[in-house]
Design a protein around this ligand. Structure first.
Ligand code: PLP
Length: 419
C-alpha cells in the first residue's frame, strides 16, 4: 500500500493561484451575471471557436466558478476541474461522458443512495452495473469484463463507511486499461489526494465538507489528465482521443455533456465553496478528532451494539486509514442500536445533533438511513450498503467534543430508561 500522505499545506487552501481582481479584493468577487459582452463580433466568434480565452455565458464559464474550479484542480493535483450544480450532477456528467449503450461499470454495493439510483436510471440507456460486495482489487479485477469502461467507488463510503485501497484499485482498473473514478466526498483533499494514489478522475459532492457550512448544494469533477485514453483503445468511439490526448475526457465533458445538460454551478455557490475551502484543513482536523473521540466513547457504552468507524482498531478497514493524513478516520460513523425503535429514540432524544439528510456540516448531524435516504431500496440492497433497521449515521461537527458526548450521554440515558 502507498504510505505517502500527499496533502497540501493549509497555506495552499488560503491563497488562490491567481489573485482575485484589480481592486485588490481578498476574496474572489461573485460575478453574478448570465452573460459577458465583447466589443466586437470578431472577438466573440474567436471565443466561441476556443481560439481565444474569455467568458460568454455562465452555463459555459464564469470567473467565480472558474476560480473554484482552478482551486480544486490545484488542491487535488489535477489537470483541470469542472464545477457542477450538485455532486449527483458531477457523477452523472462523468458517467455520460465516458459511457455508451452496451457498456458496464464496476462498483461496490456500499454506495451513496443517490448514486445507486443513478445506476438504475442508466439501465434505460443500455448501461449496466456489476456490483461487488467486498471492494478489493482482486474482486474488482474478477468483475471487469471486455465491456467494462470504468471502476467507480467512494473512498470512505456513505453510509457503509467502507474504506477502499485506492492504489490497489487503480492498479486493478489500469490492468484492464480502464480508469478509476473515485467519489472523494467524505475524504476531501485535506485527508487524501486520490490522484497521487492512481485515481484518474475525482468527483466530490462539495455540498458537504468543501462548502462546510451546509449552505448550498454543489459538485465538482477533477480530471487528473493522466489516463491514456488513446492508448487504452477503449474510448475511441466516445472521446476525442486523437485531438486532445490526455485532456480528451475534459474536452468532451466541458464542450458537450456538461454544458449541454446545463449542469453548471451558480456563481454564488462557487463563492460559498471558495470561502469554505479556506478553512477545510482546520475543520477536517477538528471534525476527525471529534469523530475519533465520539466513536471511542460510544464503543464503550452499553446499549450500543456496534460502532462502525475506520479510526477504531475494531474496524475491518482500520488498516486503510494509512492512506489518510495523520491516519485520520474521517467525520462519519454509524452505530447500531439493536432495533429501529431504539434508533428512533436515540435520534429523538438528541438535543444538539440535528436530524437531517446531510453530512459534512459544521454541526453534528444524525440520520436513520433505512427510513430516509434508503427508503426506496429493498432490504437486500440496503444491507449490502451497510444500512440496517437499527443503524444511525452520525456526521460529526465542530462543537466542543464534551458537548457532543454529553448530548449522546443524556440521549442514551433517556433511551435506556424508556425501553
Ligand atoms: C451527498 C453525496 C452525493 C450527492 O451529492 P449532492 O450534492 O447531494 O448531489 C454523492 N456522493 C456522496 C458520497 C455523497 O455523500
Amino acid at each position: 500500500m502507498e504510505k505517502k500522505q500527499d496533502c497540501c499545506s493549509a497555506t495552499a487552501y488560503l491563497h488562490l493561484k491567481h489573485r482575485a481582481d484589480a481592486m485588490g479584493a481578498s476574496m474572489m468577487p461573485v460575478y453574478q451575471t448570465s452573460a459577458f459582452s465583447h466589443s466586437t463580433a470578431e472577438e466573440l466568434e474567436q471565443i466561441f471557436k476556443n481560439q481565444k480565452p474569455g467568458f460568454t455565458y455562465s452555463r459555459v464559464g464564469n470567473p467565480t466558478v472558474n476560480a473554484f474550479e482552478n482551486q480544486m484542480a490545484r488542491l487535488e493535483g489535477g489537470l483541470s476541474a469542472t464545477a457542477c450544480a450538485s455532486g449527483s450532477a458531477a457523477i452523472a456528467c462523468c458517467f455520460m461522458t465516458l459511457l455508451k449503450s452496451g457498456d458496464n461499470v464496476v462498483v461496490p454495493t456500499g454506495l451513496y443512495g443517490g448514486t445507486l439510483n443513478w445506476l438504475k436510471d442508466l439501465e434505460a440507456f443500455g448501461i449496466t452495473t456489476h456490483f461487488v460486495e467486498a471492494f478489493t482489487a482482486e474482486n474488482v479485477a474478477a468483475a471487469i469484463d471486455e465491456k467494462t469502461r470504468l471502476v467507480f467507488t467512494e473512498i470512505i463510503s456513505n453510509p457503509k463507511i467502507e474504506v477502499v485501497d485506492v492504489k490497489a484499485l487503480a492498479d486493478a482498473a489500469h490492468g484492464a486499461a480502464i480508469p478509476l473514478v473515485v467519489d472523494a466526498t467524505a475524504v476531501t483533499p485535506s485527508l487524501m489526494r486520490p490522484i497521487a494514489f492512481g485515481a484518474d478522475i475525482v468527483v466530490h459532492s462539495s455540498s458537504k465538507y468543501i462548502n462546510g457550512n451546509g449552505s448550498g448544494v454543489s459538485g465538482v469533477i477533477v480530471d487528473s489528465g493522466r489516463f491514456p485514453w488513446k492508448k487504452s483503445g477503449k474510448f475511441d468511439e466516445v472521446l476525442p482521443c486523437q485531438r486532445f490526448g490526455p485532456a480528451a475526457f475534459t474536452a468532451k465533458l466541458r464542450n458537450t455533456i456538461w454544458q449541454d445538460v446545463g449542469a453548471c454551478l451558480s456563481p454564488v455557490h462557487a463563492w460559498l465553496n471558495l470561502s469554505g475551502l479556506e478553512t477545510l484543513p482546520l475543520r477536517m482536523k477538528t471534525i476527525c478528532e471529534n469523530a475519533q473521540a465520539l466513536a471511542e466513547f460510544l464503543e464503550a457504552q452499553d446499549g450500543i451494539e456496534e460502532v462502525n468507524y475506520p479510526g477504531l482498531a475494531s474496524s475491518p478497514w482500520h488498516g486503510h486509514t494509512d492512506q489518510f493524513a495523520h491516519h485520520r478516520g474521517g467525520g462519519l460513523l454509524t452505530v447500531r442500536l439493536g432495533s429501529k425503535a431504539r434508533a428512533f429514540q436515540l435520534i429523538n432524544h438528541l438535543k444538539l445533533a440535528l436530524n437531517l439528510p446531510n453530512i459534512g456540516d459544521t454541526k453534528t448531524l444524525v440520520l436513520h438511513p433505512a427510513s430516509t435516504i434508503f427508503v426506496h431500496s429493498d432490504q437486500k440492497a440496503r444491507e449490502a450498503a451497510g444500512v440496517y433497521d437499527d443503524t444511525v449515521r452520525i456526521s460529526v461537527g465542530l462543537e466542543d467534543i464534551k458537548d457532543i458526548i454529553s448530548d449522546f450521554v443524556q440521549a442514551l440515558e433517556s433511551l435506556n430508561e424508556s425501553i
